[in-house]
Design a protein around this ligand. Structure first.
Ligand code: 6R9
Length: 646
């Protein structure tokens, strides 16, 4: 029940890697002696040249600098592949489940090794060099993993762009990191529909230019255009190169990847992660948070286009020699039983998904679940947004048959890995709480002025010291990195999340406190949607806020002021939705559009989003002070015309 505490089940406790006492002891050491703690745990991966220093970090506002294991050298791909070959060469590294239920295949560590080496040699043969940025715009097929690992093998920096993004969004990301290489597929397939990835790539390159080579993987055999001299078929090129490729020796602080993410202002930022600390942190969190035991089948349902796919489909599990399942499709295709059928088909032991998927499947009815066995499941995980206790309980009672602990893992693209989470054998669970910090993580709650709040309290979540998986900079803009994360509360990393801490020291994330909205676990900056809307010739002004949505968590609510003399029609609304989809991608589609003759503004012209948020949330009685508005009468009109939930 909501409010109950769920203790560690006896059968989990028996075999768990860590119990509560061990957690407490390790946690204490990790924060009291970070050098000693990470110096020891850094050895969990293979180094070419061992590090002699561990932590060298400064959160000083004037000089933010984050370095871990800085004189060590390693290769991330060799850690994810080569070092497992002797012991588990024939073990499945990746189990791929296609969009259609009759399509699946298994890639052993040996096969992964050959595929990645060929991929790497193909890139080298076509001019990709250490340090070059390579954009990966791929469906969820094994070649996406090969591409990322091949970059890591030769020291190229991948920038994966989610396949649901539009040509414009792709172009912006190619341009921002000056990427001269793109890896894509002819088409993707999801939920029975095709996605024109190559065509989108062509359109993106028309906009941004400067791309030398496009490597194209054949997924569907669909009709696409290949540009002579620029576009190369992967299946042809890998035949021309050897299956041996020596891993590049990389410094711990050499970049591993860039991943674009939305913030409260401006265009998406290129979050940059480096090699050594990231891999140590991803692998350690994967092992302990999911209580991973050798031989287990682990499935994270994310897309590799998001950070969860980077750290917990690819790098964490493979560094640990795990078997990781990669799913091309969607939870409801062909039926809402798909997830559980896949669990039975591949004997999945650990299952990690997002609350939005759980809520959608919850609405589809229990018979889709109860017709499957799910006996192999041991641990369940949640990520991406706060999980409401109702969804937690359904996940626990119906999916896990009350046997499986749920790890509600809080983290961000910026953090590289999980920061606040239960550990299956150590933590008593409370539905809706991400519970306690992982090793080395020092969360704190501050008020608006940055004063620490002690004990049971609520406020803004900050982290007071660095951990190895933390992002190092915003690609090409270190100042923006400092301003975004270290300027609000000087000397601390500001997460952008609100948070409550209860009397047991458990953390409850309450959601973003900035202008970022979380739609189905995906981050969207309101500013991005606004600038897309105002780019439409019919729009004079737009303001976008989030509102509570039963399945998506938050929906996108757009207030739009039209150009003088234009008629507000339903058809125009559809046009605007279509426009945003085409400009950014389907995930940015407004759910509701309200035409507003005027927006509430202060006398200095600042839009008062607080009021717009309240109206979108349907809480009209609590609008706060509206007396400072330039024209207080607009508020009445906005309330009268509030759009109904769909
Ligand atoms: C990993 C990932 C980060 C934002 C984060 C927060 C929300 C993620 C959560 C959660 C509550 C959880 N978030 N996990 N909120 N409980 N377990 O999702 O990264 O896409 O960068 O989003 O997602 O608001 O700040 P990212």
């Amino acid at each position: 029940m909501i409010g109950d505490v769920y203790p560690v089940p006896a059968e989990i406790a028996e075999n768990a890697l860590l119990n509560n006492e061990q957690y407490l002891e390790m946690y204490k050491k990790s924060v009291e002696d970070p050098d000693g703690f990470w110096g020891e745990h850094g050895k969990r991966i293979d180094w070419i040249k061992p590090y002699s220093t561990v932590k060298n970090t400064s959160y000083d506002y004037h000089n933010v600098s984050i370095k871990w294991f800085e004189d060590g050298t390693l290769n991330v791909a060799a850690n994810c592949i080569d070092r497992h070959l002797a012991e588990r060469g024939d073990q499945p590294a990746i189990i791929w489940e296609g969009d259609e239920p009759d399509q699946s295949k298994t890639i052993t560590y040996k096969q992964l090794s050959e595929a990645v080496n060929r991929f790497a040699n193909m890139m080298l043969a076509n001019g990709v060099k250490k340090g070059d940025r390579v954009t990966v715009y791929m469906p969820m097929i094994p070649e996406a993993a090969y591409a990322m690992l091949a970059c890591a093998r030769i020291g190229a920096v991948h920038s994966v762009v989610f396949g649901g993004f539009s040509p414009d969004s792709l172009a912006g990301r190619i341009e921002d990191c000056e990427s001269r290489f793109v890896i894509t597929a002819d088409e993707g397939v999801r939920g029975g529909r095709t996605v024109p990835l190559k065509e989108n790539t062509d359109r993106a390159i028309e906009k941004c230019g400067n791309v030398d080579k496009v490597f194209v993987v054949k997924r569907t055999g669909g009709d696409i255009k290949m540009m002579e001299g620029r576009d190369l078929w992967y299946h042809e090129e890998i035949e021309k190169v050897s299956a041996e490729c020596a891993p590049a020796e990389m410094n711990a602080e050499d970049p591993l990847f860039i991943l674009y993410t939305s913030g409260s202002t401006g265009q998406p930022k290129g979050v940059m992660h480096t090699s050594g600390g990231y891999l140590v942190y991803a692998s350690m969190t994967h092992q302990y948070v999911f209580d991973y035991h050798p031989g287990e089948v682990y499935w994270c349902t994310a897309d590799v286009g998001w950070v969860t796919g980077h750290s917990y489909i690819l790098y964490g599990p493979l560094a640990n020699g795990a078997t990781t399942l990669m799913f091309e499709g969607v939870p409801t295709y062909p039926t809402p039983a798909r997830f559980w059928e896949v669990c039975d088909k591949h004997n999945v032991n650990i299952f990690y998904t997002a609350p939005t998927a759980i809520r959608a499947l919850m609405g589809a009815g229990n018979e889709h679940v109860t017709n499957t066995s799910r006996k192999s499941l041991r641990i369940l995980g949640s990520v991406g947004e706060p999980i409401n206790p109702e969804a937690w309980l359904w996940y626990h009672n119906i999916i896990g048959d009350q046997r499986c602990p749920i790890v509600d893992t809080w983290w961000q693209t910026e953090t590289g890995g999980i920061l606040i989470t239960p550990l299956p054998g150590a933590t008593d669970l409370k539905p809706g709480s991400a519970t306690r910090p992982f090793f080395g993580i020092q969360p704190a709650i501050v008020d608006a002025e940055g004063n620490f709040q002690e004990g049971a309290t609520e406020g803004n979540l900050v982290i007071t010291d660095s951990w190895p998986g933390q992002m190092r900079t915003v690609y090409g803009d270190h100042e923006r990195f400092i301003q975004t994360y270290f300027a609000t509360y000087k000397g601390m990393y500001f997460t952008g999340d609100g948070c409550r801490r209860d009397e047991d020291g458990y953390y409850w994330i309450t959601g973003r406190v900035d202008d970022v909205i979380n739609v189905s676990g995906h981050r969207m900056g309101t500013a991005e949607v606004e600038s897309s809307l105002v780019a439409h010739p019919d729009v004079s002004e737009a303001a976008v806020v989030g509102y509570p949505h039963d399945v998506k968590g938050q929906g996108i609510y757009a207030y739009v002021t039209l150009m003088e003399g234009l008629e507000p029609t339903e058809e125009l609304k559809k046009k605007l939705v279509h426009h945003v989809r085409a400009e950014i991608g389907p995930i940015a589609s407004p759910d509701l559009i309200q035409f507003a003759p005027g927006l509430p503004k202060t006398r200095s012209g600042k839009i008062m989003r607080r009021i717009l948020r309240k109206i979108a949330e349907d809480s009209f009685d609590n609008l706060g002070d509206t007396s400072t508005l330039a024209d207080p009468t607009v508020v009445g009109d906005l309330i009268d015309n509030r759009q109904n939930k769909v």
